[in-house]
Design a protein around this ligand. Structure first.
Ligand SMILES: Cc1cc2nc3c(=O)[nH]c(=O)nc-3n(C[C@H](O)[C@H](O)[C@H](O)COP(=O)(O)OP(=O)(O)OC[C@H]3O[C@@H](n4cnc5c(N)ncnc54)[C@H](O)[C@@H]3O)c2cc1C
Ligand code: FES
Length: 275
């Protein structure tokens, strides 16, 4: 992949090749998750889109955008790349290209957002944008246990109703985000759309519920990526490329791809998202 080659295919440089960014701040979110604010500004980026972040000598990985101005990432340290990222301090450099992929649309008047693990980041970005359009939003955040719960203060500061679930009941309601979502869908307020990002089993449960209730679901799936821009085919699920056609699957994708018939869903079991 070219570095700083402004001539590439008429695309803005950061889309076609890496740009150098500096870390401005690092914030602890929980025992293994940090938020990195960079000095990049991508005002055209949409919630649900991602960047390919490169640490020379380590690796390159996809990371969702927490915001576009400035570009921020929320990262769980789970392996060599993410652990190396966690060693970066304000002033350190990293290389970034993007934004890539199809993000979340803002649709309807009542949106419910369901997040597990780092899925809080793109959904916080979406909630922030959707609030400006006057949408009513409920956010459901799930985790295994209290210490895994993310973004309570960030969502509270947005002023949106927040439901928290933990598997062991150590924080919020005991159970899964799907239990909480079922109650919200059964509630008095008709839900126009559900947005979800998190581990594959969580997305599958959300998808089943939404299908049964006939509520459109926009689900952000994980995939192993190399180019991140629809060239190499590494992330292919049938004809559907997670990096280019997703990572957000729209309800209308369902019949035209094999997403929910064992395509993306079953492939996603091979990549584990943090909870
Ligand atoms: C579109 C997209 C957006 C993403 N956005 C984010 C984001 O905003 N923040 C973020 O932290 N991650 C995000 N990820 C996941 C991130 O790219 C992976 O966590 C990353 O690949 C891990 O790289 P690594 O080298 O640290 O670990 P790897 O070497 O890839 O993995 C090390 C070990 O951890 C396991 N593993 C890998 N990923 C995870 C995980 N997420 N949870 C638990 N175990 C895991 C692997 O199976 C392996 O055993 C995103 C992925 C995609 C496809
Ligand atoms: S990662 Fe290369 S086509 Fe998707």
């Amino acid at each position: 992949m070219a570095v700083n080659d402004n001539r590439a295919e008429g695309l803005p440089c950061s889309t076609a090749c890496h740009v150098r960014a500096r870390i401005v701040t690092v914030e602890e979110e929980n025992y293994r998750t940090r938020t990195f604010t960079t000095d990049l500004h991508w005002p055209h980026a949409r919630p649900g889109q991602f960047a390919m972040v490169w640490l020379p000598g380590v690796n390159e990985r996809p990371l969702s955008l927490l915001s576009h101005t400035p570009v921020r990432f929320t990262v769980a340290a789970v392996g060599p790349f993410t652990r190396a990222l966690h060693h970066l301090q304000p002033g350190d450099a990293l290389w970034v290209r993007g934004p890539y992929g199809r993000g979340f649309p803002i649709t309807g008047r009542y949106m419910v957002m369901v997040a597990g693990g780092y899925g809080v980041a793109p959904l916080h970005f979406l909630a922030q944008e959707a609030r400006q359009t006057g949408c009513h939003i409920t956010v459901i955040v799930g985790a295994r246990t209290r210490r895994d719960v993310l973004f309570v203060e960030r969502f509270t500061a947005l002023g949106v109703p927040l439901l928290i679930t933990t598997d062991d009941g150590s924080y919020g309601r005991r159970g899964t985000v799907a239990d909480a979502l079922a109650d919200v869908i059964r509630g008095s307020h008709p839900v126009d759309a559900v947005y979800a990002c998190g581990p594959a089993p969580m997305l599958e449960a959300v998808n089943r519920l939404c299908k049964a209730a006939r509520v459109p679901a926009y689900l952000s799936w994980e995939g192993i990526m190399r180019c991140g821009m629809g060239i190499c085919g590494t992330c292919a699920r049938g004809a559907w490329l997670v990096c280019r056609d997703g990572p957000v699957a729209y309800p209308e994708d369902d019949s035209s791809t094999s997403i929910n018939a064992g395509g993306i869903a079953s492939a996603s079991h091979t990549s584990r998202l943090p909870r």
